[in-house]
Design a protein around this ligand. Sequence first.
Ligand code: DHK
Length: 149
Amino acid sequence: MKPVYVLNGPNLNMLGLREPAIYGAATLADIEARCRAHAEGLGLSITFRQSNIEGELVSWIQEAREKACGIALNAGAYTHTSIALHDALKAAELPAVELHLSNVHQREDFRHHSFIAPAVNGVICGFGPESYVLAISALHSLLTANKKA
Ligand code: DHK
């Protein structure tokens, strides 16, 4: 089976150092390890990547169309700005989940709007690193449901 792509946008390479009161103490490497262990338990493999560059995220979503079975995306601040990521997700035609560590709805108004949300199956936010685990479980459910269909 093809891997799930777990894609991370800008500033997520700074986790552990960055505003720990909001984003927690776990590093992106810690989260990657947790995602791998969880995915393995579900019989999935993952490709885990981070970029600060919008176009690179677009290219990885395009690549996913052929090489992945689903996408979990924390697009960071591009969530709130990127029509390009919206369009790439639409074109990928794969099960996809938007996720965030923080509860964006409890935060500044500019974080309340997502350009990603209309292009994915669902959104998970506010559970810290557990948001990644929940997103992988959600993709597993979607993939299992697809197989039964
Ligand atoms: C991460 C970011 O970098 C912010 O720009 C988003 C998201 C929230 C998170 O909570 O994972 O607004």
